[in-house]
Design a protein around this ligand. Structure first.
Ligand code: IPE
Ligand code: IPE
Ligand code: MG
Length: 254
C-alpha cells in the first residue's frame, strides 16, 4: 500500500511538472458521472458509488485549489435525476445534507465560497435550510468558489431567463431592443461567474445531459473513461494537460 502511494505520488509529480502553471483554467466544470456503474461492477449497491464520489470530490477540490484554479462547478443532481427510483433520490438528498453538515466548517476554514445552482424549491425544508446557511456562511470567502448544481437543468435555466426578460419587457423596465447577451448573462443562475474554460465528464459518456447549455458554448470538453469514484489527481492532471494542448480559436483562424 505504502509503495503504491509513493509511486502514485511520483506519477502525479511527473504530470504536475508538465503543466503550464500560467495557463490553468480559471473555471472548470465537471459532470461527475459513473457512481452507480462503479458500484454495480463491484457487486455493491449504487449508493456505495455515491458515497465514494463524495471523497473524490473532496480530493479534486483540494487539487484544483492548489493548482490555482479559482472556480469549480460540479453537477450533483440534474432536473432529470428525479426520474430515478425514489430510494436513490432520497439517498442522494440525504447524502447532500449529511456531507454539508460534516464538511461546512472545513469548507469555510479553507476560505471556499460555496454556491448552489438550481431550483432549490422542491427540496425538503431541512436540506434547503442547510444549503442556504452554507451559502450565507461562506459568501465572503475569496480563495476559491465551489458551485454545486442541484436540481439544475440548462434548458430550465434558459426558460427562466426568457421569462424574466419577458416580464421586464412587459412592465416597461427594459425595451425588447435592449435584450442582448450581457442582459441574458445577468439573469442566469450563474450570473457573475465567468464561463468554464474546461468541461470534464467522467465515465466515458459523450453528452452534456442538460448541463450549463449557455455557459459551455466555447468550453473545451474532456471525456475521461474513468468512473467518477475512480477519478483522482492523476486523471485530473491528465485532463488539464490535454486542455493545455488545445488550440482555442473561438471561430477565428491562426
Ligand atoms: C453520477 O453517477 C451521480 C448522479 C447523477 C447523482 P450516476 O448515478 O449517474 O452513475 P451511473 O452513470 O448510473 O453509473
Ligand atoms: C448527469 O449524469 C447528471 C449528474 C452527473 C448529476 P446522468 O447520469 O444523470 O446523465 P445521463 O442520464 O447519463 O444523461
Ligand atoms: Mg450517470
Amino acid at each position: 500500500m505504502r509503495l503504491k502511494n509513493i509511486s502514485t505520488n511520483n506519477m502525479n509529480i511527473k504530470l504536475s511538472n508538465e503543466i503550464d502553471k500560467q495557463r490553468i483554467p480559471e473555471h472548470i466544470a465537471i459532470i461527475m458521472d459513473g457512481n452507480g456503474r462503479w458500484a454495480t461492477k463491484k457487486g455493491l449497491p449504487r449508493s456505495f458509488g455515491h458515497n465514494k464520489g463524495v471523497s473524490v470530490l473532496k480530493e479534486i477540490i483540494k487539487v484544483s485549489k492548489n493548482l490555482g484554479c479559482k472556480v469549480l462547478t460540479v453537477y450533483a443532481f440534474s432536473t432529470e435525476n428525479w426520474s430515478r427510483p425514489s430510494e436513490e433520490v432520497d439517498f442522494l438528498l440525504n447524502l447532500f445534507e449529511k456531507v454539508l453538515k460534516k464538511e461546512i466548517d472545513e469548507i469555510h476554514k479553507e476560505l471556499i465560497k460555496i454556491k448552489f445552482i438550481g431550483d432549490l424549491s422542491p427540496f425538503p425544508k431541512t436540506l434547503k435550510s442547510i444549503l442556504n446557511s452554507s451559502e450565507a456562511l461562506t459568501q465572503n470567502n475569496k480563495n476559491f468558489t465551489l458551485n454545486v448544481c442541484v436540481n439544475y437543468g440548462g434548458r430550465q435555466e434558459i426558460v427562466k431567463v426568457a421569462k424574466e426578460i419577458a416580464l421586464k419587457s412587459f412592465s416597461g423596465e427594459i425595451k425588447p431592443s435592449e435584450v442582448d447577451e450581457e442582459l441574458f448573462n445577468s439573469e442566469l443562475l450563474t450570473q457573475g461567474i465567468k464561463d468554464p474554460e474546461l468541461l470534464i465528464r467522467t465515465s466515458g459518456e459523450k453528452r452534456i445531459s442538460n448541463f450549463l447549455l449557455w455557459q459551455l458554448a466555447y468550453s473545451e470538453i474532456y471525456i475521461s473513461e474513468v468512473f467518477w469514484p475512480d477519478f483522482d489527481e492523476f486523471e485530473f492532471l491528465k485532463a488539464i494537460i490535454d486542455y493545455q494542448s488545445r488550440n482555442r480559436r473561438f471561430g477565428g483562424i491562426e
